[in-house]
Every structure is written in C-alpha cells, then in structure tokens.
Design a protein. Structure first.
Length: 593
C-alpha cells in the first residue's frame, strides 16, 4: 500500500532529501509503483515519477533537492493509473501546497465536481488531488494552514494518513490520520512522521502514536499534537524494542531468507510474553465461544488455533475470513471472544471486522506491529515478538502468531505439557534450518511444476494451506492446499504424473489416514514429496522424495515446525524461477484498502 514520510531537520543548512529518500526506500516492502518527494527552501520543490525507486532516482537524482524539511511518498494506486502525474506529492494549482496521502477517498468525485465548479483545475486522476485544492480554497477564504487543513479533513469521507507542506506557512509539516497508520518519530536532530516504524528506525526508536483525528504539527522546535478542537495534548513517547539492524537485510540476499532464519528467535521472544498472555486468559474466565478473524497467512494461523482450542479447551471455535465477517457478525454475543490475528495490525478487512465485533463482544488482537491500529481498537492485545518483517510473504510473523496462539490455548486449557513442548520448538526449527540445503536441492526437482497440491489432515491441514499460499504468492506457480480426505471429492481428477503432491505426515493419530490419501495420489502417478518424521520408512518407500523432521515433534505442534521446510521450498523454487521472493507481483505487505 502507499507509504508516507515527512521529516524536518533542526539544522536549517542540512538537506532533508537524502533522508527522505532513505526512509521511502525502507517503505518499499509495502508495494508501490511510483515515488515522489517535495522539499522546501523558500519555495516547494517536487521530484516524482512512475517506476521503482532506483529507476526514478537514476533519472531525477532524488537526493539532490534543497531544503531542511519535506515529505515523501511511495504510491500503490487505488484511484488513477500509475503515472508521473498521478504520483504524489499532489499539488494545488500554483504548486504552493504539497500533499502526500495514504488511503482512499470515497467522496472525491463529488468534491472534485465542487472544486471544478469553483474554478480549480485538476491535473491528475487521483482522489488525493482534491486535498491540496480544498486546503487552498479554505486558505483563500482567510483560514490559516492548520484551520484550512482541519476544514479539509472534515470534508473527506474515506481513509487517510496525510502530510502537508505549504509555502505561506513555510516552517512546518502538518499531518493527520483516519483509518490509516501514521507514527511520529523523535530524534536528537529531527522530527518525523511515517506510515511505518521500519522507515525511520535508522534514525530513531522514540515513537509517538497519534490517535485518529489528531493533528500533528512538526517544526524545528519540536512536535505538537492537537485534538479535534485544536487544543494541544500531551502524548507519551514510547521506545520501540526494534533496532535498525533488525529491519535491514544484513548479509542475506533477501529479507525472506533472513526472516525464515530468525524464526527460532521469534518463537523464543514470543514465549517470553507468557505472563502477559496469562493475565488476559485469567480475565476471560466466562468465555463460552471463540471466533478467530483474519486474512491470508494469518487466517491459516487462526485455523490452527481453532483445531488446538477445540481439542484442548473444548471451547467451540470458529474461524472467519475478515472480508466475510459481516455475514456472521449477527451471531456474536458477549460470551464470544473474537480474536483478530494480523502481522501488520492494519489490514482494512480485519479492522472493519474489529469495529463491528467490539460492539457486542470482547476482542483480542494478536499483532506484530507495535502501535498498529488494531492495538488501539481491541480490548486486549498480544504483541508477537518477531521484530520487523519486510518480506511480503509472512514467515516469522506467522510462526510467532502460532506461538502466541498456542501459548494462549495452553494457558486456557491449563495444559502444562503443551507449554513445555513449545519451549522445545526453537530447537526443532533450528534442526530444520540446518538442513535447508536439502530443500534447495529439492527445489530444483519441483520448480518445473505448473500445478502443485499440498495435503494435510487435522492439525496438518493449515500447514498444507500455508505451504501452498507461500509457494503461489512468490513463485507464481499454481498451488492448492487441501484437507487430504477431501481430495477424492473432486480435485483427485487433476492428479497425474506431472503433478507434484506434497504430503504433510507428522507422526500421530492422523498418520494412517493421511497415508491412505498418499496412496490415492500415488495410484494416480503423482510425484510425491513427504514431509515426515526421521525414520519414517513407510513414507520413504512410498514417496519420490522426503524431507524429515525430528520424530519428537508431535502432530499437535507440527504447524510450528513442519511449515518451515515449506517456506524454504517456496523461497528456493522462487529463486530457481528467477523471481524476487521479497516483492511478489501485485502484492503489498500491508493491505489497507
Ligand atoms: C501472505 C501474507 C498475507 C497476509 C494477509 C493478512 O504471505 O502475508 O496473506 O497474511 O494479507 O495480513 P495481516 O496479517 O497483516 O493482517
């Protein structure tokens, strides 16, 4: 999704553009098709174009702009095609007000019509362009920048994080947010606003979290936050436990592999949240039902949660896709805990569902991004401790989500054995990672495929779904995850000697039935890769290839371990196909539309 940044340096002589460029480069994982910067040094300077940051930088030399403050943007289009004109910053007619915007405006057509009738001329086909024109309209009526901006905001219907600079009031950046993320950063030399913490983490870990509707004013003397009535309010500054190093690739070629390798730590650090989780569980004594709500990979983590909670705590548990949530919302009540799983804490489908759910039910958000919107809206929050994740495909945040969900379920069911077992997971994952070369070799044998199936049963069904999603989103190979018993009800027709089938076969009560399903695809000449326990002679003899896991990993904790070779497979197959695993086609890390 779009990302915005603003920065004002205390030193008037120092140019801000190189810093803004570095910050938007750090936002590129959100997905974008164009980039732009506006700075001020007596007048507003703008450089922007369609294209990836290195291409646009090569053409325009983005770091070479005068002025000690400015705003920047990476654009993922919601209204208006990718083009130079549609790239942000968007300007008023005279080029004296510059605006960057993340979000989308539902009523821009109506506002545009009104502004055109007033004589304003539009250059772009974006929704954003109404914002600088509206600010100019109100400034023409005699309002100062802050009041004109406030009046503009009152006219907008939609989601937004917006930052503005203006030639007449040329010592400040104004910003605000509604249903789109925005953080304030404070360092010794500069003040920042940013869509996401990783963009500014190289400069500061001191963050202020503005609430919706608050007005942020950055100038050389500091940060002010005003409430909706224009009164200054005190805001707490929090120290983010992330470091710049955590948000950088280091020696790794891609974020995805760095993040896969960080998974043992993600589990260990999330296990340290046990006391916080216990407090939440203690507070939820009367819960009769649970409903998980999530999208994509987070949905798969939720599905594991359903299997586990039903199995251990015997509490009826549903899982609903966030985009479908409104169709089941009527069945909620105060005895149902609604759990939102999200790495970003910003996904709009989940946010919309959370706003509905909290009307009737207690809500819990399990998120990775500190200070994200869901942490503001949910009654309870668990922060997974995976650190910043920049690869578009979720890996370590998924394993951290599972860790938090498993801890929650273990504490809810008072199952000490599970908690003990969870503490062994980091080492089980390390053992898998030590054998990642085996997966690299296997990837060469499977990258030819045009269609793949992943099969699992019970606790292993979500593993199959997640393995297939990882592969399809980054390698662009069609893959389906199936409950292995369901295959015979249709998709078995697609199995033949050209189709690899990956079977998730941990030891346990589902093993024999899954083996029957393996036989079914083997009879149709499928190419079988089994992910199974070390020493599983049966799987070895019936599969073309196997990847083996420590036999002590039970089927119940298998999602935390058996998923890892599938992430690696997706990664290496993607490299084999010549794609960038960090930036898959048409996808963005944070989906706020
Ligand atoms: C896939 C992936 C997505 C996200 C989904 C929800 O690798 O990352 O499927 O899981 O977009 O995002 P969050 O978890 O941020 O709500």
């Amino acid at each position: 999704m779009c990302g915005i940044v603003g920065c004002i340096l205390k030193d008037k002589e120092k140019p801000v553009a190189p810093i803004l460029l570095e910050c938007v480069e750090n936002l590129d994982y959100r997905g974008y098709d164009s980039v732009g910067i506006a700075t001020f040094d007596g007048s507003i300077h703008v450089k922007k174009d369609k294209g990836k940051i290195p291409e646009v930088d090569e053409k325009l030399n983005l770091a070479d702009m005068p002025g000690n403050f400015g705003i920047a943007h990476v654009r993922w289009p919601s209204t208006g095609v990718p083009s130079k004109i549609n790239a942000h910053p968007q300007l008023d007619q005279a080029g004296t007000i510059a605006v960057v915007h993340n979000g989308s405006l539902k009523n821009y057509d109506e506002l545009k019509g009104e502004l055109i009738a007033d004589g304003f001329k539009f250059k772009s086909t974006t929704d954003t362009e109404v914002i600088p024109h509206l600010i100019r309209k109100y400034m023409n009526e005699g309002f100062d920048l802050e009041h004109a901006f406030r009046k503009t905001i009152e006219r907008l219907d939609g989601s937004y994080a917006i930052a503005v600079i203006c030639e007449e009031e040329n010592n400040k950046i104004l910003a605000t947010r509604y249903q789109s993320p925005l953080k304030i950063g404070v360092s010794d030399d500069a003040y920042f606003i940013s869509s996401d913490i990783p963009a500014i983490i190289d400069y500061t870990r001191k963050i202020i979290l503005p609430a919706e509707g608050e007005m942020i004013i950055l100038d050389e003397s500091g940060v002010k936050v005003h409430d909706e009535n224009g009164n200054e309010i005190e805001k707490e500054t929090v120290l983010i436990p992330w470091t710049a190093q955590m948000a950088n690739k280091g020696e790794h070629p891609y974020f995805m592999i760095k993040e896969i390798l960080e998974q043992p730590d993600a589990v260990e650090f999330t296990l340290d949240e046990m006391d916080n989780i216990r407090k939440i569980v203690d507070d939820l004594d009367n819960i009769k039902n649970i409903c998980f709500v999530a999208c994509g990979t987070s949905y798969h983590a939720s599905l594991s949660g359903k299997y586990l909670i039903q199995h251990l705590a015997k509490i009826k548990t549903d899982v609903v896709l966030a985009s479908e949530f409104k169709y089941t919302a009527d069945t909620l009540d105060e005895d149902t805990l609604v759990i939102f799983i999200s790495q970003s804490g910003e996904t709009l489908d989940s946010m919309n569902a959370l706003r509905i759910a909290k009307e009737t039910s207690p809500t819990l958000a399990i998120v990775n991004n500190i200070g994200s919107s869901m942490t503001e809206e949910a009654k309870y929050t668990i922060i997974t401790q995976a650190g910043p994740e920049k690869g578009v495909a979720a890996t370590k945040t998924y394993i951290a989500q599972l860790t938090a969900i498993y801890l929650f379920a273990g504490l809810l069911a008072k199952d000490d054995d599970l908690i003990e077992e969870l503490h062994k997971v980091p080492n089980y994952i390390r053992e898998v990672l030590e054998k990642s070369e085996e997966i690299e070799v296997l990837s060469k044998r499977y990258s030819f495929a045009e269609d793949l199936f992943y099969l699992g049963r019970g606790f292993s069904y979500p593993i199959a779904l997640e393995g297939a999603l990882k592969l399809k989103e980054i390698s662009l190979i069609h893959a389906e995850g199936y409950a292995s018993g369901e295959l015979k009800h249709g998709p078995l027709a697609l199995i033949n000697h050209r189709v690899p089938v990956i079977v998730i076969l941990p030891p346990g009560s589902d093993y024999e039935e899954t083996m029957v399903n393996l036989e079914e695809v083997k009879a149709r000449k499928a190419i079988i890769l089994s992910i199974c326990a070390e020493g599983d002679g049966k799987a070895e003899c019936k599969s073309r290839d196997v990847f083996t896991i420590n036999p002590n990993v039970s089927e119940m904790v298998a999602p935390l371990v058996y998923t890892v070779p599938l992430q690696l497979l997706a990664y290496y197959v993607t490299l084999e196909k010549g794609h960038d695993p960090d930036k898959p086609e048409n996808l963005a890390k944070v989906i706020t539309v």
